[in-house]
Structures are given as structure tokens and as C-alpha cells.
Design a protein around this ligand. Structure first.
Ligand code: MN3
Length: 199
């Protein structure tokens, strides 16, 4: 399968002031674009995997030849994580509150919505270096995890509901070293309808 860069469902400037236009342009076109080129290059000539989806590749990394495995894990993860990330975002003026049902699930898992947000932020802040923080479903249980680099929860059998990219490329132009401010701003542009639909 030749992987291609998915289109964004909003203009690159539409997430301002929370995520700036230049960051979105570089992040989508250059960073995500490069993961896709590198993933396609790694799988070039590998007939076995020619019809494998990105989900299947990341769920069966042990079946990828060792010489290609790190490239598929890093670039395949980069493609998968960013695709989920773009889909989870929405311009603030189009974003809707989370549903009462979803709120109840978060309250049941974390005590309150605020406690969920605080634990998610903590995971995102404590991820040393580059990586992601996630709200995932582990079988039937909602959990917060973080992954280094471009590792994807799906490789550990977890289902991603919401992820935040905390690589510096995701926020440095606008927030410099202030990762916490970027995380606080992120909540304004979360597409809860999409997040909930992943349940
Ligand atoms: Mn990124």
C-alpha cells in the first residue's frame, strides 16, 4: 500500500490563536509528509506487506523484517499518530462540548473531567524529550498513557481516543519552551465528536 498525506479538514490558520498557521503548515506538510515518504521507502519492494493497512503494520511490528522494523515503527507510527491527531482537532468556533455520556465515562474513570485533563496534562508534561500523551481504551477501561518518539498505543494493543503531540515541532514556534501553555491551549481545539466516535 502506498501511503499518502491525508488532507486537513480545516485551513491551517483555523486553529489560531491556539495552534498557529505556520506550525500547522510545517507540521502537516513537512513532518507528516516526511514520515509518509520514509514509510513508503521502507516498504518499497516488500510484497508481503503491500496490502497491509497502517493499523495492521503497527499491530504486527514483530513480523516486519528486522532491517525495516525501526523505520516502519518510527515512520508508520508518525503517519498513524498524526492522522489521528489532525482528525481530533477542530477550529475553536466549531468545537462542541463533550457529550454528557462521555463526561460520565471520564468521571467514572478519573473522578472528574478536570482530574482527567490534569492527569492528561501531567502525562504530556512528563514525557521526556519527544513523544505523545494519550487517552486510550485498554479493553473496556479508559486510561492515560504516554509514548516516546512515534510509538503508537495500537502497537501495545490499546485503542487511541485522543492524543497530543508533544514533540517540540508541534509547539515551539508559538510557545517556545512553554509546553504547559500549549497543552492548556489544546483543549480549545479538541473535536470531542471525533474522540467519542472512537469509543
Ligand atoms: Mn508531530
Amino acid at each position: 500500500m502506498k501511503f499518502t498525506l491525508p488532507e486537513l479538514k480545516f485551513d491551517t490558520g483555523a486553529l489560531e490563536p491556539y495552534i498557529d498557521k505556520v506550525t500547522m503548515e510545517i507540521h502537516h506538510q513537512k513532518h507528516h509528509g516526511t514520515y509518509i515518504s520514509n514509510l513508503n521507502a521502507a516498504l518499497e519492494g516488500e510484497e508481503t506487506f503491500s496490502d497491509w493497512s497502517i493499523e495492521k503494520l503497527l499491530s504486527h511490528l514483530d513480523q516486519i523484517p528486522e532491517a525495516k522494523r525501526a523505520a516502519v515503527r518510527n515512520n508508520g507510527g508518525g503517519h498513524y499518530n498524526h492522522t489521528l491527531f489532525w482528525e481530533s482537532l477542530v477550529p475553536a468556533d466549531r468545537s462542541k462540548e463533550m457529550s454528557e455520556g462521555f463526561k460520565a465515562k471520564l468521571e467514572s474513570a478519573f473522578g472528574s473531567v478536570e482530574a482527567f485533563k490534569s492527569a492528561f496534562k501531567d502525562a504530556a508534561l512528563k514525557r521526556f524529550g519527544s513523544g505523545w500523551a494519550w487517552l486510550v481504551l485498554d479493553h473496556e477501561t479508559l486510561k492515560i498513557v504516554s509514548t516516546p518518539n512515534q510509538d503508537a498505543p495500537i502497537s501495545d494493543g490499546l485503542k487511541e481516543l485522543l492524543g497530543i503531540d508533544v514533540w517540540e515541532h508541534a509547539y515551539y514556534l508559538n510557545y517556545q519552551n512553554k509546553r504547559a501553555d500549549y497543552i492548556d491551549a489544546f483543549w480549545h481545539v479538541v473535536n470531542w465528536e471525533v474522540v467519542e466516535s472512537r469509543l
